[in-house]
Design a protein around this ligand. Structure first.
Ligand SMILES: Cc1ncc(COP(=O)(O)O)c(C=O)c1O
Length: 444
């Protein structure tokens, strides 16, 4: 069996909660065709049960001394955020929009942290007045701005430092720590910056955050980074002569999107990580510290499918093309146009003929008039016809919100979540006339 087919089998079992079996993709017991009748294609379908299972699995692996935070950038749909908040997961966010979403979703202020460079005065002010758990400061200038706003409001802002470590960080496919960076405060600058907090009436120092990067598959490399983060934490605690309130290890656990992608071994990581935490908890530097791991794609990618409908099947000089009603406009990451170095296909399947006999290799392409709009090449798929459903798996993260939804002015896709037997429409499909929203005709 090809690894793509094995992946599709695994992912269909994840969606159905294990029952799988039939020829149609099920979300729990709800057939994907029923969802397509309800919201019309293209749409994103998420399994709330799969997300819940992932949270539970992470919790039991990492242990009760660690809090899991959800990076909203992976999928900021309100319904997904509500599920996270309901499950007691925290929110790691990076814009005022995400802050408002987190509030609406029901995350308590003490369960919210705000990281990311270039925070505006409005973002800082809203974070301070909401009393979120920590603004992870990315520069000395940002700390000055926070202090000024907090003073204006006669309040005390809670601030962590996002530290860019001196040690080389390992393992990330997209590195966001170590060396010169637009992210965080260089470790060498940290002692001087900490001194500004001491006795400051409007700044409360909370702790540190280190984010090595994303798509990390090597459990040992992530562990080495965690060890280094604890070292940085020890030095900071010594300098402030207090334990840290919070220590955020980052995360970046990878998702095996492509054929032959290596798998991140959660159990291997967790075994080493729990040892580190056990040791740290015995130290004064970490007495009462909240340990945080923040994850985006690892929590939601596997739980989502982008569902499109076949609008045409055609041949060109011996090559078969399946043309669908959605593509890179709705799901840019699956087409490899979001900064990926190699163009590879996410697992793709005919959702109502899961076990049909494979036909000639085909390309699945979207309706955007560019050769970049390719969801997959040389795919082994059963015979499909106009009207059949094609699904792109691993689409729960960096799908809707990462895409250039206005490209080619198609309506935006709907989003649906099936959770505990109920179907929730999270977002309606856009209407064609919304292309004119906010546009002001020129008076000629
Ligand atoms: C600071 C920070 N935290 C968390 C994430 C989420 O990464 P992932 O979705 O790979 O878990 C990112 C992604 O860029 C990030 O910049």
């Amino acid at each position: 069996m090809s690894t793509q087919k094995a992946k599709v089998d695994h992912l269909t079992a994840v969606m159905s909660g294990g029952s799988g079996g039939g020829d149609e993709l099920l979300f729990g017991t709800t057939p994907v065709s029923a969802l397509a009748d309800q919201v019309s294609t293209p749409f994103y379908a998420y399994s709330g049960d799969a997300i819940e299972a992932r949270i539970n699995r992470l919790r039991s692996a990492l242990g009760s001394d660690t809090e899991i935070f959800y990076s909203l950038k992976a999928n900021p749909s309100l319904g997904i955020c509500q599920l996270m908040a309901n499950k007691g997961v925290g929110a790691e966010l990076a814009s005022i929009g995400e802050l408002l979403l987190a509030k609406k979703a029901g995350f308590a202020p003490e369960m919210i942290i705000f990281a990311g460079p270039g925070k505006s005065m409005e973002e800082l002010e809203t974070s301070i007045t909401m009393g979120i758990s920590a603004i992870n400061a990315e520069s000395a200038g940002e700390i000055e701005r926070i202090a000024e706003i907090a003073a204006r409001h006669g309040t005390v802002a809670r601030v962590s430092l996002r530290v860019n470590p001196a040690a080389a960080l390992k393992g990330a496919q997209m590195r966001m720590g170590g060396g010169p960076q637009q992210f965080g405060i260089d470790e060498e600058q940290v002692p001087g910056i900490l001194d500004r907090f001491s006795g400051h009436p409007n700044l409360q120092f909370v702790g540190i955050h280190v984010y090595a990067g994303t798509q990390m598959t090597d459990a040992e490399a992530i562990l080495a980074n965690c060890r280094n983060t604890l070292e940085v934490g020890r030095a900071v605690s010594e300098r402030i002569e207090q334990p840290l309130q919070e220590l955020d290890f980052g995360g970046g656990f990878a998702v095996p999107y492509f054929e032959n992608s290596p798998e991140f071994d959660l159990d291997l990581f967790a075994a080493g990580y729990r040892e580190l935490i056990k040791e740290a908890k015995g130290e004064t530097a970490f007495a009462g510290t909240r340990f945080i791991i923040e994850l985006g794609r690892y929590l939601v990618a596997e739980a989502g499918v982008y569902v499109t409908r076949v609008v045409d099947v055609k041949w060109s000089r011996g090559k078969k093309y399946i043309v669908t009603d959605g593509g890179m406009n709705h799901h840019i990451t699956a087409t490899g146009n979001f900064g990926q170095v190699f163009r590879k296909s996410y697992p793709i399947a005919a959702l109502t003929h899961l076990h049909g006999d494979m036909e000639d290799p085909a390309a699945v392409v979207g309706p955007c008039c560019t050769p970049l709009d390719i969801l997959g090449q040389n795919l082994e798929l059963p015979a499909v016809e106009t009207g059949d459903l094609i699904g792109v798996f691993y689409s729960g993260a960096y799908g809707y919100s990462a895409s250039s939804l206005a490209f080619l002015s198609h309506p935006t896709p709907a989003e649906v979540m099936v959770y505990r037997g109920n179907t929730h429409v999270l977002r309606k499909q856009g209407r064609p006339d919304q292309v004119l929203d906010g546009q002001i005709p020129v008076q000629m």
